[in-house]
Design a protein around this ligand. Structure first.
Ligand SMILES: N[C@@H](CCC(=O)N[C@@H](CS)C(=O)NCC(=O)O)C(=O)O
Length: 284
């Protein structure tokens, strides 16, 4: 397996050292023209940060004023969602659109993230991103309310994990057998979009089942590709921030549920029911 475009970090995991390499990249020697509205726990923001870091585009990462969805933020980014990219006063929303915009505007310093001359690989890359955006991430997101032990519905959680594993099976089927990246020799959009979500999935599996996903047993090809990801400077340097923020969010969600369960009389499990989608917590 050739790691042509990988700049190995000192350790094969997400480390403090890799974070400092991100700080270096974020201190630009040319004027910054790119602003990324984002939050550290937003998986979609993570994918854009990976692409910007890979492309060595200097950018300023800022949280949305008053949080996403706020009137103040909607005055700048009408969709109210993160991530949003501002480039020379032009606002770009939706992570898939931002990735394509970056590809079209910032490909001079880095290899492209799409394989322009191989339409089958381009189609596989786009298909992997669609699986992620339409099915995998929403299924994972639906588990958030169940981190709270007082709201956990085991039947709901198990059914979602089944759906998640079906989508991982499809990703395993389509990814390149030789790697080192999802679609072969070259890093693509899929390698920007999947690492954050897979890390989050691992953390939730750990939370719900006491262990992460055993990729080498169930999804071997993805397991090898994840090793590439964990050795890639652009990916690890971003993931370390996301991981810290997610650990803090998980800790807060759990301690809230511990507080609530200490204050309330014990509720019989069967009467808890499945939380409605509208009760999804905002990951801020
Ligand atoms: N399809 C969007 C999804 C982004 C998204 O769901 N962002 C969440 C945070 S992770 C958000 O901004 N939610 C605010 C809202 O829905 O009002 C994308 O790919 O950028």
């Amino acid at each position: 397996m050739s790691n042509k475009f990988i700049e190995p970090s000192e350790s094969a995991s997400v480390t403090r050292e890799s974070l400092s390499s991100l700080r270096m990249i974020q201190q630009p020697s040319v004027p910054v023209t790119v602003t990324l509205y984002c939050t550290d726990v937003s998986i979609y923001s993570t994918s854009i940060k990976i692409a910007l870091t890979f492309k060595r585009v200097p950018f300023t990462a800022v949280p949305p004023p008053d949080g996403y969805g706020s009137a103040a933020y909607k005055a700048i980014v009408p969709s109210g969602k993160v991530p949003a990219l501002i480039h020379n006063d032009f606002v770009v929303s939706e992570s898939a659109v931002i990735l394509e915009y970056l590809e079209e505007n910032f490909s001079d310093l880095s290899p492209p993230l799409l394989f322009h001359r191989n339409s089958q690989k381009n189609a596989t890359t786009r298909y992997a991103c669609r699986i992620h955006d339409l099915y995998l991430e929403p299924a994972i997101r639906s588990l958030f309310p169940h981190v709270d032990l007082t709201k956990r519905d085991k039947i709901f959680v198990d059914s979602k994990f089944q759906i998640i594993f079906e989508h991982l099976e499809e990703l395993e089927r389509i990814c390149d057998s030789h790697g080192p990246f999802f679609c072969g020799e070259q890093m693509t959009f899929a390698d920007c979009v999947l690492p954050g979500t897979m890390m989050l999935l691992d953390m939730l599996m750990e939370e719900f089942n006491g262990h992460g996903v055993d990729y080498f047993k169930k999804f071997k090809k993805i397991g090898f590709i994840r090793e590439t990801h964990f050795n890639h400077f652009a990916i690890t340097s971003v993931l370390i921030n996301t991981k810290e923020a997610m650990q803090a969010w998980l800790g807060r969600a759990k301690s809230r549920s511990q507080d609530e369960s200490m204050m309330k009389p014990t509720t019989p499990r069967s009467s808890v029911g499945s939380p409605r989608v509208s009760s999804l917590p905002k990951l801020k």
